[in-house]
Design a protein around this ligand. Sequence first.
Ligand code: AMP
Length: 382
Amino acid sequence: MLPVPQLEDLGPLDGRSVLVRVDFNVPLAGGGPGAVAEIADDLRMRAALPTLRWLQKQGATVTACTHLGRPQDSADPRFSVEPVRRRLAELAPDAKLLENLRFDAGETADDPAFVDRLVEGHDAYVNDAFGASHRAHASIVGPPRRLPSAAGRLLAREVEVLGGLRESPRRPFVAVLGGAKVSDKLGVIDALLETVDSLVIGGAMCFTFLKAQGHSVGASLCEDSMVERCRELLEGETPIHLPYDLTALGPGGVPGDPGAGGDVRQIGANVGDGWMGVDIGPGSAAAFGDVIHEAGTVLWNGPMGVFEDPRFGGGTGAVAAAMAETRAFTVVGGGDSAAAARRFGVDRDMDHVSTGGGASLELIEKGDLPGLAALRGASNAT
Ligand code: AMP
């Protein structure tokens, strides 16, 4: 992977003003009429602290900027960064935080006039917003055209780990994929099939593959338009492991709502009419665990079942436990799998938990991101 400029490449920073694009798009709770929203999880903020503190230690004045939620290109008090600002004052006193970047339509449009306003008064730019670096938004790709620029520590580590997976993984390299849709992950599946030694597939997306193998899928989530593509992938050279047993929910049941009832059964790889496959079964969970234990590197993205419902968390929990126990180099690819790793208390046992969902998949798929390419185009980049 092509290198990006590092913080050290910014030169002396004493008395300088540095604009830092962070990803403080944190979950908020308890807002609403008359109530003050609080930060439900400040992990993304803490992840940027090494960069903010390093810059401050060099004598720089730090101004952070972030998007928060999806306001529609105008100021909306529900998406004000005020709660984030309060928390930042505790974590990194003296660091300033600009108001939500997406209050201005110029952010998503990469408007040069907005970039001008953003960089005004600053001497250097740092991108530490890995989770937003797959978007060619003004605050990501604009400042490197105007200011000496560098990757922050968090971004640099993501690039090192995820880029390393593409280039020199310790083998066998296994990717464990789950989650809702095959179509969302087809690009990354294609790219992974070029590098991994085997692919393990669970989650709702396994049903499109199971159907391609001739199994019945009942009322499980299945993308019929992708069945043919899955059949081709299964015929390729790289082994693809699919579940051979499942946890299924009977007619009338609602995944995510135990109160709605519905029978829950352990079944084989065929799902009956009206039944829905909602998790991999215990046999498959153990078999997937074996593959993880024998690997040199494991990349995990996407839950194995509807893990938000305690009835259907077994498969995801087993994969999380195997990830924690294996001697392999373990990487969790952001989004729902990072939430699952936290839920099952194994996030600290991983070698790397990515802070970006979409960004981590795009970096693995394409080997580059708009935000990284922009940094390489900065005047100080070698
Ligand atoms: P993604 O965002 O694509 O990683 O999908 C994550 C979501 O997939 C989670 O909310 C899971 O509840 C859901 N999911 C995983 N397995 C299944 C399944 N068998 N049926 C329905 N939804 C599932």
